[in-house]
Design a protein around this ligand. Sequence first.
Ligand code: FMN
Length: 444
Amino acid sequence: MTRPPLDPGSAPSSTDPDPSAPSRGALSGRRVLLAVTGSIAAYKAVLLLRLLKKAGAHVEVLLTDTAQRFVGAATFSGLGAPVHDDMFSAPGELHVTLGQRADVLLVAPATADVLARLRQGRADDLLTATALCLRGRLLLAPAMHPTMWHAPAVRENVALLQARGAELIGPVVGEVASGDSGMGRMAEPEEIVAALTHSLRSDASLGGRHVVVTAGPTREPIDPVRFLTNTSSGKMGFAIAAQAARRGARVTLIAGPVHQPTPAGVERLDVGTTEEMRSTLWSVLGDDLQGADALVMCAAVADYRPRTAAEHKLKRGDELRLDLVPNPDLLAEIGAARGGTTPVLVGFALETGDDDALSASARGKLQRKKVDLVVANAAAESLGRDDNRVLLVTDTETTPLPTLPKEAIAHQLLDWVGARLDALTAPPADVTPGPVDSSTEGTP
Ligand SMILES: Cc1cc2nc3c(=O)[nH]c(=O)nc-3n(C[C@H](O)[C@H](O)[C@H](O)COP(=O)(O)O)c2cc1C
């Protein structure tokens, strides 16, 4: 059935809790289709609706059958939103109409099941059929038990949906309905609205720029079947590449061996060894480095490689000594070769010490390697994970960020890069962008 909104007179009174909303009008004129699926977090969609409306969005609500077992249509229509829950309730093709008129389809909460259905491209309910007709953006705010979130099937579904252009908001680490804790709790409604606002606002902020990103580990052969590498998953670099492409940049992603799908709109160049990454990097940048506007060196390149790789598989023996030689330091090489201020250069620093050691090492790296911004992260809170806690270190300040999904860190980093590029190309030259925003506003 499609329910019209109830009389505005029945909208919340001033005695209702007044959640801190994003600025009024931030979503003015935007059409948001809020799809609610069958998770306990469905009750938070009610607050989400209020916040979206306060921000000026025109919101329609779509409920799956299961969502209605958790929260009723009357609650949403009582808040002034038209509610749709049945593909066959209106004349014509409701799913086509909804898909074509929404600027954003926000699925919040998004269950594991709907992620699987969206990945498959099913169309046997109003939500999935609408998603196939969608002209606007698809934003997903997953909510599920951490064990579900980490299940390989869910990981694959999420990765593929992201590669197709869906944007993920959360989930975050926290307590879930069962009382367990971990990654799987839905992002808070305020964060979701901020991320949605950010997503719509920043579409073209890197338009006309070429952003080059390195990601993943490198792999140094010992013999034809063995190699030295590290545990980098490539997630951070792939998130940066995906977000840069969504902001309108031409993006070249130079990736070591990782199991990550290529983000939509990104040109991917796969490499194996550090030497291969180096030569690919230089051929993309050119001798004068002017082939890119910004270079984000996120790859965890191997510091050492075997002096020689055996031609044939080494046989088991008593003892084997590897003779290792240092690999070129790609970041330092680029920093030293850069005469002026472009490309804007961002490096990553990974440490196993505490925050003070992390900050000191990042600042040293910044100065030694002539980098504009160093993202410092602790190995235990970074490698292979979906979230990370980082310090952003520039020549003037160190900004600690809270633990955030890697997409959110990518937003912060690209905000900084965009501001830096804008400052460099602005007529009067104050090339220092403002401080990095350490709040989570505008990020999932
Ligand atoms: C009490 C309860 C809570 C649930 N919470 C979640 C949840 O948070 N996340 C999830 O993916 N599935 C959850 N489920 C399972 C979904 O409701 C189920 O997979 C359903 O088919 C999803 O349908 P939908 O995606 O069409 O709304 C829950 C089920 C129950 C009974």
